[in-house]
Design a protein around this ligand. Sequence first.
Ligand SMILES: Nc1ncnc2c1ncn2[C@@H]1O[C@H](COP(=O)(O)OP(=O)(O)OP(=O)(O)O)[C@@H](O)[C@H]1O
Ligand SMILES: [Mg+2]
Length: 334
Amino acid sequence: MSWEGDNLLEVTDLAVTFASQEGRVQAVDGISFGIREGETVGLVGESGCGKSISALAILGLVRMMSNSTVTGKVEFMGRDLLALPEHEVRRVRGRDISMIFQDPVTSLNPVLSIERQTTEGMENHLGLSHSDAVKRAIELLEMVGIPKAAERIHDYPHQFSGGMRQRVMIAIALSCNPKLLLADEPTTALDVTIQAQILRLMKQLSRDYGSAIVLITHDLGVVAGMTERILVMYAGRIVESASAGELFAHPHHPYTVGLLRSVPRLDEPRKGSLQSIDGLPPDLAHLPDGCAFAARCELRTEQCRHERPPLAATTPGRLSACFHSDHLVGAPVA
Ligand SMILES: Nc1ncnc2c1ncn2[C@@H]1O[C@H](COP(=O)(O)OP(=O)(O)OP(=O)(O)O)[C@@H](O)[C@H]1O
Ligand SMILES: [Mg+2]
C-alpha cells in the first residue's frame, strides 16, 4: 500500500454512542489526534473515560456491536477504516494494526492450541512456513516470559493462568511486526518484573520495526518511561495533549494536575500524602452542557458550567481543553 502522509494514523472527530436503558451513552465524544510512524503515545484517564472503546472503534470492532453508533474518521495510511467494508478492515487488523486486548480471557480461542493461535498470523500475513512460524512463536513466547515455551506451545488456553494468557496474547500481537500496536492495559494483570520485560519488548519492537505504539492505561507511572507523547482523556474527550516530559513537569489541564497528584514519583518525592481527585466522573448518559470536569475542578467559573472548552493550543505543540489553562501554564506543580 503506498502512502505519503504525515501521520500513520489520523483520527478525526471520532464519536461512539451506545443505546442503553439509561439513554444514549456518549462513550467517546469527538476525539481527534494523529500518530506518526514509530511514535509511542500514551492514552491515559480514569476508568470508564472511553480509552478501550476508542481503541476498539479504531480497529472497527465497535461498529459490529448492535447498540453502537460510530461517527468520524479513522485514516490509517491515508484510508478511512470506518468507510471500508469489513473484509478489507480485517486484512489491516492483525497485519498492519494489532491490539493487545484488556481482557485476555475472552480474546484467545479456547478450542485452538497456543501453537495454532501464535503461528496463524505469521503464516497468513508474513508468509512464513509453519515450521519457521513455530520457531519464531517459541522465541516470542520465551521473550514474554513463558517458561518451557517449546513444550507449552502445544497446550490450550485453559492450561494457562490469566497472567500467562495475557503474555501469549502479547506474543501474538507482536508476532507480525505491526505498523501500529494498540496496547490496552497490557501489563496490568502482570507482576512488576514481567511488566518491565513486556514494556522493554514493546520498545524493542518500536525500535526494530518502526512500529507506532498507543499504550492505554489508567496508570501514569507506566507511560512515564515508555511514551513520547501523552493524550489525557476525560469523559470521552481528549482534554490534554503534550510531550511526556512537558506533561509531567507542567500539566496545562486541571484534570491532569489531579491525576499527577495521585501518582507517586521517584524522581521528585513530594511532601505529604498522595491525593486523589474529589468526586466522580459524570454519567456518560447525562453529560453536562459545559466542561465535563467542572463539577470536580478547583478552577471552575460560571462559564465552565455552560460552555464546553475546546481543545486548543496553549504553548507550541501542546493542547488543553480548559478556559483557565493560562493559570497553569508555567506554574510549578503543587
Ligand atoms: N456495549 C456497551 N453498551 C453501553 N455502554 C458501554 C458499552 N461498552 C462500554 N460502555 C461504556 O462506555 C464507557 C467507556 O468504556 P471504556 O471501556 O472505553 O472505558 P475505559 O476508559 O477503557 O475504562 P477502564 O480503565 O476501566 O478500562 C463506559 O462508561 C462504559 O460503561
Ligand atoms: Mg479499558
